[in-house]
Design a protein around this ligand. Structure first.
Ligand code: VG1
Ligand code: CO
Length: 550
């Protein structure tokens, strides 16, 4: 056994996006592609210490969503870690850890950081996507300073340090040794379940299931399955079969594990049947997203965050109230209205969970959410799909009310923020970039212009100054804001692996309870027309409409 030093060549484009480095599996399986990125990460983490040895003697957490290449990548990363001074790796059994579970393990075991192998909601399999992401010691996604430092170094990397030991048995719990490094294979669920137990009233949930409350959780053949099964069916006594598609498969069984009504159509269909369960939910590839569904009623993620904020005190983990709330910029302002009434600080951050970390660490917020089916709290530093499911279950248990009645009551009290996101996928990169550039150039002339009944009052490219560390992130999305609070937002996705994806976010507020029951797309058609008028999407892309509208 020996540590080898191997020459390597930089790869272009190893720049982490909204959530880590995501590429086609065929890119990751190129010789040294993964090795280069991990070596760079370990170099940067080592250099971040005062002595240039920050990682030496420390513990890293490692696990992924079980997609194709997960198991191979785990072996490679262990050999690199062993050769680069890591003392111990806490590895989820089978290479499995959901994103929120990685966050929970880092925090509970005070690890130095963790590596998550996932491309989240992107399809998997040999022709699908793979991804890698680093989470810091607070359990949250690395900040931009770190990901940029990693990217810069990938461009000059010349050498790998890797151990030539045989593979570790990643399916056997307990300790194994590689070089000077210990590998501790852990139960992927235990730490996470312990966190859930202190937040929620498990006895209440047990009683609900005992009385016949019926739930369908669609894990979409992704990593959420083992967690949902262990907690819902194992601990809480939900009947077997409550969790469907519960076995993580390397290609997600061909499903697109992005929990929205389009991709989780099977769940939607079940929730529309006459014998529909009381409550339905789905999670994404790495189990950090959630979609919450009542009988024949889909909850908009932005509304979910607003309702959670309004009712948080009903949940044991939040019974003393919230410190504040945060939402990403494109997320609807529904939560802002609740925060205002409750006198809570409310923050607007750029897209991506990494921007919530400082606010959570500084004790400025307790709940966070994104329009993209992500909600979470200070219990970890990631969004958390199963946590959101347990939260909504608890809300129903504590109030005795259905999902639909909770949401409708919320609209009556606070008004409804009609909301939709239109994705234009697979646009040529130069076309997408030109569209955004031209929009940016047109911004100064827009304020004061009339669009139908609305006057445009603000047009800008969202920039965020982190209130905790003062760091500035620019060009985070173009916002058009109107005099009635309606918003039209444009940004390019930072998680895709093919061409560019334009995301168009539309929102308008409706205070009148008599007008809160319209279908969403027609209710926002006027704003979609404004977006078209200002940006010329169909002319530029040749697309008659979005590929996905949720
Ligand atoms: C998307 C979502 C964003 C989310 C990110 C990661 O990013 O819009 O809200 O944080 O995915 O989610 P983008 O840049 O494609 O719009 V996940 O579940 O992939 O970790
Ligand atoms: Co995800």
């Amino acid at each position: 056994m020996a540590i080898q030093t191997i020459p390597t060549q930089p790869f272009a484009g190893q720049r982490p996006g909204t959530s880590g480095l995501r590429k086609k599996v065929t890119a990751f399986t190129q010789s040294h592609y993964l090795e280069n990125f991990v070596q760079t990460l370990l170099d940067v983490l080592n250099a971040s210490g005062p002595d240039g040895q920050a990682l030496t003697g420390q513990t890293l957490v490692l696990g992924g969503d079980g997609r194709f290449y997960n198991r191979t990548a785990v072996q490679t990363i262990l050999k690199l870690a062993a050769a680069n001074g890591v003392a111990r790796v806490l590895l989820g059994r089978g290479g499995i850890l959901s994103t929120p579970a990685v966050s929970a393990v880092i925090r509970r075991r005070q690890a130095f950081g963790g590596i998550v192998l996932s491309a989240s909601h992107n399809p998997g399999g040999p022709d699908g996507d793979f991804g890698i992401k680093y989470n810091a010691g607070n359990g949250g996604p690395a900040n931009e300073a770190l990901t940029e430092a990693v990217y810069a170094r990938t461009q000059v990397l010349r050498e790998l340090r890797i151990s030539d030991v045989p593979d570790v048995d990643i399916d056997r719990l307990g300790l194994q040794q590689i070089e000077q490094m210990q590998v501790d294979v852990i139960d992927p669920v235990a730490d996470y379940a312990a966190v859930m137990r202190v937040l929620f009233d498990f006895d209440l949930l047990r009683t609900m299931f005992k009385r016949g409350f019926r739930v369908r959780v669609d894990a979409m053949n992704a990593v959420g399955g083992p967690y949902a099964r262990a907690i819902l069916e194992g601990e809480l006594g939900a009947p077997a079969g409550t969790v469907v598609n519960a076995e993580p498969l390397e290609d997600f069984g061909g499903l697109h594990p992005d929990p929205n009504p389009v991709n989780a159509e099977d769940l939607i269909a079940h929730m529309q049947r006459p014998d529909a369960p009381d409550f339905g939910a789905a999670m994404d590839g790495d189990a950090d997203r959630n979609m919450v569904v009542g009988r024949n009623f889909v909850v908009t993620p932005s509304d979910s965050l607003a309702l959670m904020t309004a009712h948080a005190r009903l949940i044991p983990g939040y019974k003393d109230g919230l410190l504040g709330v945060a939402r990403s910029m494109p997320t609807s302002a529904a939560v802002d209205r609740v925060a205002k009434v409750m006198g809570l600080p409310c923050f607007e951050t750029p897209t991506g969970w990494k921007f919530f970390g400082n606010l959570l660490d500084a004790g400025r917020v307790s709940l966070c959410g994104e329009e993209s089916y992500g909600t979470g709290s200070s219990h970890v530093r990631e969004k958390d799909g199963l946590w959101a499911i347990l939260f909504w279950l608890s809300l129903q248990g504590a109030t005795g009310r259905s999902v639909e009645s909770l949401v409708r009551e919320h609209w009556r009290i606070y008004g409804r923020n009609y909301y939709t996101r239109h994705d234009y996928e697979g646009i040529a990169v130069d076309v997408a970039q030109a569209l955004m550039q031209d929009l940016r150039a047109a911004l100064p002339a827009l304020p004061g212009r009339q669009f139908g009944t609305r006057r445009l009052v603000l047009a800008d490219d969202f920039a965020y100054t982190d209130p905790v560390d003062g760091s500035v992130s620019g060009q985070q999305g173009i916002r058009l804001i109107f005099d009635d609070g309606a918003r039209v937002i444009f940004r390019l996705s930072g998680t895709g692996t093919e061409g560019a994806t334009l995301r168009l976010y539309l929102e308008r507020y409706e205070a009148d309870s008599a007008k809160q029951d319209q279908p969403v797309q027609p209710a926002l058609a006027e704003l979609a027309a404004v977006a078209e008028q200002v940006a010329g999407i169909s002319g530029r892309t040749g697309m008659a409409g979005p590929t996905v509208a949720t």
